[in-house]
Structure formats: structure tokens, C-alpha cells
Ligand binder design. Sequence first.
Ligand code: MG
Length: 396
Amino acid sequence: MRVAAVIVAAGRGERLGGAVPKQLLDLGGRTVLQRSVDAFISSGLVDEVVVVLPADVLAGASVELDHGGAPITVVAGGARRQDSVARGFEAVSGEAEVVLVHDAARPLVTRDVIARTVAAAGAHGAAVAAIGARDTVKRAETRDGRPVVKVTLPRDEIHLAQTPQGFRREVLAEAIALGASGVEATDEAMLAEMAGRPVCLVEGDVGNMKITTEADLRLARAIVEGEQAGRGVAMPPRTARIGIGYDLHRLVEGRPLILGGVRIPYERGLAGHSDADAVCHAVTDALLGACALGDIGQLFPDTDPSWKDADSLALLQSAVARVGEAGYEVVNIDVVVVTERPKIGPHVAAMRETLGRALGLDDGAISVKAKTNEGVDATGRGEAVAVHAVALVGRR
Ligand code: MG
């Protein structure tokens, strides 16, 4: 049985506000629309997918769908939902025997729900995924300007329709023809009912929610994040990654003391192959670590003469470039400088500014804190400077 899915994303989602159509809002690293498309393609139950988009969104060419090689057609929608479904149906191939209609604003549809809808539509002509009412249902009327219960409906007879809704091809054609004749309906199943076709109910899924409001979007994001955390999946796009860096250099005579790109007046400086700027080195390692790109020693080996007395700000900038090549941008860094002497506090502002320039960030995203080691160990005895750093990066 050849199955087509028409995914309708024709509404503007005005209730969600904002300039971005709701189908294109981010949901755990993929758009709402992409998730809906992926649900059908990855189900293995669908041979072709037609996506119906608002004409202006389509014209803006702002939609890129990754379809993993599966046949997919994108068409412009119409004024009403049923017009959009009709446009989508026109683009379905002649071989499709069952056509599913799905609302793109339900991106969390499961394979099981799709499978039940396909099977029942194939067997009985029309099927709708629905969930039984769990709350008691009241029908109300308005009296004196107030809603008042008119009657309590028997809950076991109440089912809340979701999508997908599935139809044998000829049944959907009949429903669409009825819609085209001027009949208004809230979904295709209603048109099929009005055409006198029996519409089966199959078990939907509470998680197959429709994203209509900001609260829905927040809930959907929480569900997706929970699933991703539970599966331990690799970080999806637009999520954060964190890295840690550490460095220590000995304080010796006859060297300048450079920390965070700032030359600090002191009788000793840090020993090292480059300019030995332990702050830049720790931050560089934190950035590389956040993207799992190795460490400073691998990228800028001290056996390589080209790094002798190198400006560590240049190494840091090179790491920032690599982070960018990996598809991330730096969100913020936090640095702890551990040294007994000299006092770092007076130089913190200059270090934040210099590091901010190297990282392309406002100094509000750069934190530098100074600590002493209370006279304990080599750092406490003033023999070395140690630096800890963390960096957060995010997908662009
Ligand atoms: Mg170092």
C-alpha cells in the first residue's frame, strides 16, 4: 500500500506572536516543521511527503528541509486550511492509495500513532488519531454574560481529534470536493463525515500536542530536551557545550609577565616557549575542549620554532577561529588566576578588555577573578602562576 503524507504548515501561528512563523521556530535544534517531516520520513511508513507552506514563507525561500533523500514536494498553501490540504493533495502522486494529513504544529507525533492511522485508513477508508477526554466535559451556555454549565457530556463518548488523519485516496478526494463547494470544516475528517463516510478513531498520543501558544512551545521544548537527555544523544545544533582549561607557568627572572594579553609590571615573568601567557593558554584550552578539538599542545607544539615567543593572543584567536569552523561561537568565559604576587586585581579590567577583543565579545561576557593560594604550595610561595578557565560555546 503506497502512503503519502501531506504536512500542512499553512497557518501563520499568530497566537504565538513574533516574526518567525511558528513552523520555523526552533525545537531542540530542529524547526517544528522539520521535526514533523522527520517523524513521517523516519517512520518508514510513508512513501512520499508533501509539505504545504504559506505562500510568503515559500517565496521567502527561508525554509530548508533536510529530507534524507526521501521524495518530498513543497507547495504553497491557500486561504483556508482545507484549501491548503487541497493544494497538497494535488501534489500527491497518482499511485498513493492512502493519504495522511498532518498538522505541522504537531511535531511530536510518534511512529505508533502514524502506523495506527495508516492501518485503519487503509482498512476502513478514513481514520483519525484521537485521545479520550480525561477531564469531565461540560457544555456551557451564556447566561447574564457568564458561562454556565448546560449539560455534562458523557466522557467516554468524547474524543479529542489530533492529526494525522488518514484517508483512502477516493475518500479524501470526496472530502476535498465538499470543502471546495463552500462547506467550512475544521478538519478533513469532518468533511469526510459530512460526506457520509465513517471515520474510525485510533489511539492518538497525549504527547502529540499541537503547538499553538508560548506555553505549548515551552512544554514541547521541555519534552524534547527531556528525551534528548534521557537518550544521551549528541548535542543537537544551537545547544551549548562547555570546556575547561588549566595552565601553570613558573615565575622566573628576566622574563616579562604577560597575563590575558596585558603586560604586568613585576620583577619576574613566566617561563615558557611562547610569551607564556597562562591566562590565554587556559582559555585556549577551554575553547578547544568545549568543541573536543584537542589541546593547545597539539595545535601549537612547543617543538615548533614558529611559536617561540609567540603572542598567545594570536594562539587564542586561532582557537576561536577553529571553534567557528566547528560551527560554534563563544558565549562566555570565566577565568581564575591563582598567584600570590603580584596583585592581579588592578589589571583585571585591562585583561577583560583585551580578552574580549581577541574573542570578539563584549567584556560583559568575560570574567577574570584573582585568588591567592594562602601561601600553600609552589603557587602560594610565589614560584608559579596557575590559571583555571571555563568556556561556554553555542551552535550558531
Ligand atoms: Mg602554557
